[in-house]
Each structure stands twice: as C-alpha cells, then as structure tokens.
Design a protein around this ligand. Structure first.
Ligand code: NZQ
Ligand code: ZN
Length: 381
C-alpha cells in the first residue's frame, strides 16, 4: 500500500425531507447565493423545498448553469458574486451545477480568470459552499473535483484543490424525476469511477479491493431493479449512496489509479456533446481491451469476484470479464460503440493530436500515450 493522507471534511445529510435542515446548516450571518441549472428543480419540487426552508432569509439566485458547465456562464456568476459580496454558495442541482459552483467559489476568492484556475488544475482558495445534489453520478457532493468546459474552444478539463463541499444534502426522493437515460448515465458513471480506482494491479490493498467490488456488485444488482421502478426509496437510496462512495476518496486509499477512460470520455463530450456517463460506457471496454495484458491479473480477480468467471485459460477469462463489462453497460440501455453515436476516424485523429500536444501519460503505469489512446478509440469503433 502506498503512503496516503486522507481527510474528507464534507458533512453528508442523507434522507427524506432533509432539505428542511438548510437553516441549521447555513450560518445566519453569511451573504448567500444559490446556484441552479436550467429549471429541473422547479419541476420536481426541490426549488419549493429550498424556498420554504429558507423563508425569511435573504439570498440571491443564479440560474442557468448548463450540463458540462461552461466557463463563459460561470464567469457571469463570479462577477455577480463579487458584486454582491457573496461569501457562501449553495449549489442546487446535478454534478454540473455543483462543479460550476466549485469554480464560482474559487473565482470569487481569487483574482485569476476562471479558466486560468481550471488550467492550473488546482484551486487553493475559495469561499464557503455546499450542495443539494439531485443527480447520483459524479460524487461531486463529497469530493474535491470539478470538470469545466469552454464552449468557444470545445475543451473540457478537470481541476482539483480544496473543493470539498461543506455539507451535501442527499434526498433519494429528488431522483424520482430523473429520466431512464439520465439514470443509465449515472449508473455508468458510478461503475466507471469504481473501475478506474480498482482496475490496475491486484495485491495493493485487500480492503480497497473488497470495497470497490462491493460497490460494483451493488450497482450490478440494483441497475435492473431501478429500470423497473425508479421511485422505490430504498433502491434509489442505495443508488445515491453508491455514487457518493464511488468517488469520495474512500476506495482509493494507498492504491494506484487509471483515469484513462475519463480523460478520453471528456474529449468525446467536448467535441460531440456526448453525455458524460455515456461516453464512459463507450470508452471503458476499449481501455480494457487495449490494456488487457497490463491489467490481466486484476481482470482475473474482477472476473471471478464480480462475475463468477472461473472457467477457461487466463486469456479467455480476461476476455470474458471485458465482455461482461461491456454487456453491463449495454444492459443499462447505453450504446458502447463509437459507430452507434456516429463518431468516426476524424474525431479519433483530433483526440490523438490533442493528447500528443499535451504530452500526457495516463494509466497506472504512466505509459498510456497518444498512440495508445488512438488504439483504444480504434477498438471502440
Ligand atoms: O439543468 P437542470 O434543469 O437542473 O437539469 C439537469 C440537467 O439537464 C437535469 N437534472 C438534474 N437533477 C435532476 C434533473 N432532471 C430531473 N430530475 C432531477 N433530479 O439533469 C441534467 C444533467 O445534469 P448534470 O449535472 O450535467 O449531470 P451529472 O450529475 O451527471 O454531471 C455531469 C458533469 O459532472 C462532471 C461531468 O464531466 C459533467 O460535466 N463530473 C464531475 C466529477 C466530479 N466533480 O468529481 C466527476 C465525474 O467523473 C464527472 O466528470
Ligand atoms: Zn465520471
């Protein structure tokens, strides 16, 4: 196990009706701005719950943070926050609203332009912020990451820092209004987050392996049930909590990680607007196919513990585990091939060139260069 420091300060406030706790969670003496997306919270009753909870309090509202939040929009929110001397933000929405709010929090506290903060990869100062998370997927409610897009150049990058929300309210009932496609993308995102912290080499930590496998097994178990009924409270509670636990630092203590699939997926979203979770369902099977040899020992463990694959040669078992992974994404109702979303060779070329220019080396062994990224995309055709 590698050395690590673990400190996750986010307070989780989980369950039915917990939005009513807002007055206890947000101090009285702050200047508050609440941030929203395009209006889903008005349709599903979340906005009314927030208004009711904060009755009598003064605050301003910022609307219009879009999916894959645009820096161009967030700059406007930063200006508004500065103008009104805002010192506390509450994000009400999905991962995009929260990620955008993380950048707004940093942008208000920092003189740098918002895109400069993103490109630096690190926000080390920000004003206080918290969330009501309405989409189980990203884990943004309990992690320090944010992913921001720049519409004018079709770029999308993550940034980190000290961006843990002060608290996050998770009420599974707010997920009832999600569409089947949104849920499929959320489950795909969760599964992939776990895979990217797990699918490296075995023997680094029994505890991390078992936690990760527990999450994978849970997602596989609940996915078909959610398809039948996504208004079952206990089911949606497990779905919601699995998203948080998949990316809140708990399953990556002391182990190597491989975020190749996410890095490539972000390019598909930036260039073609593919929904985040869907992009991962396309790329992850390709990543496993191309990196099969270096991941073989872990693939065998995964195949046996998650899918019960015990028959055949090592090669056959590894292939079977990859096939089962692709089958899982397809079972969610997502396509898993570039051709199915009309993406062809021209995009593969652009993505290879982008990675080549950036000089990135991805993967747990830092050996995934632009040529291998091309191979991965070729194998996703
Ligand atoms: O904008 P509104 O009207 O609110 O509608 C949203 C949006 O259109 C709607 N929605 C939200 N809650 C709803 C709802 N519709 C019905 N019922 C509800 N309860 O859903 C749409 C998509 O929302 P979005 O926030 O984009 O989805 P998600 O939570 O999947 O976030 C995706 C973004 O997060 C980034 C992705 O790259 C992408 O930009 N990620 C962030 C991570 C992090 N911070 O750690 C890690 C992830 O890997 C991911 O990269
Ligand atoms: Zn993700």
């Amino acid at each position: 196990m590698k050395n690590f420091i673990f400190q996750n300060p986010t307070k989780l406030v989980f369950g039915k009706g917990q939005i009513a706790k807002l007055p206890e969670l947000i101090p009285d003496n702050v200047r508050l701005m609440i941030t929203f997306g395009g209006g889903s919270v008005k349709r599903n009753g979340v906005y009314d719950q927030v208004k009711e909870a904060l009755k009598g309090r003064e605050y301003i509202e910022f609307w219009g943070i879009e999916p894959n939040p645009h820096v161009e929009t967030l700059r406007k929110a930063i200006d508004e926050g500065k103008r009104n001397q805002i010192d506390f933000l509450l994000a009400v929405g999905g991962g995009s609203v929260l990620d955008g709010t993380k950048l707004i929090a940093a942008g208000i506290a920092d003189e740098r332009d918002a895109w400069e903060i993103v490109l630096s990869g690190y926000a080390d100062k920000q004003i206080r912020f918290a969330s009501i998370m309405t989409v189980p997927a990203t884990g943004s409610e309990m992690n320090q990451g944010g992913v921001i897009s720049r519409a004018e150049t079709n770029e999308k990058y993550g940034f980190g820092g000290k961006n843990y929300p002060e608290f996050s309210i998770l009420d599974p009932e707010v997920t009832y209004s999600l569409s089947d496609y949104q849920i499929a993308c959320g489950l795909s995102d969760i599964y992939t987050h776990v895979m990217e912290q797990y699918m490296t080499t075995p023997g680094q930590s029994r505890i991390m392996d078992r936690w990760a496998e527990g999450l994978l097994l849970t997602v596989i178990e609940i996915a078909p049930q959610i398809k039948n009924d996504h208004t079952n409270y206990d089911l949606m509670a497990d779905y919601m909590l699995s998203a948080t636990l998949a990316l809140n630092d708990f399953i990556r203590m002391g182990v190597t990680e491989d975020w190749t699939t996410h890095q490539i997926g972000h390019e598909l979203t930036a260039l073609h607007g593919i929904t985040h979770g869907h992009s991962l369902a396309i790329v992850m099977p390709g990543t496993l196919r191309v990196l099969k040899e270096q991941k073989k020992a872990k693939l065998l463990q995964y195949g046996e513990r998650v899918f019960g694959i015990t028959e055949g040669s090592e090669n056959e078992r590894a292939d079977k585990a990859i096939e089962k992974t692709e089958d899982f994404y397809r079972s969610l109702g997502l396509s898993t091939r570039l051709s199915e979303v009309n993406i062809g060779d021209d995009t593969i070329k652009i993505i290879e060139e982008r990675f080549s220019k950036r000089g990135y080396f991805l993967g747990e062994n830092h050996n995934v260069n632009s040529k291998i990224i091309r191979q991965i995309l070729e194998s996703c055709k």
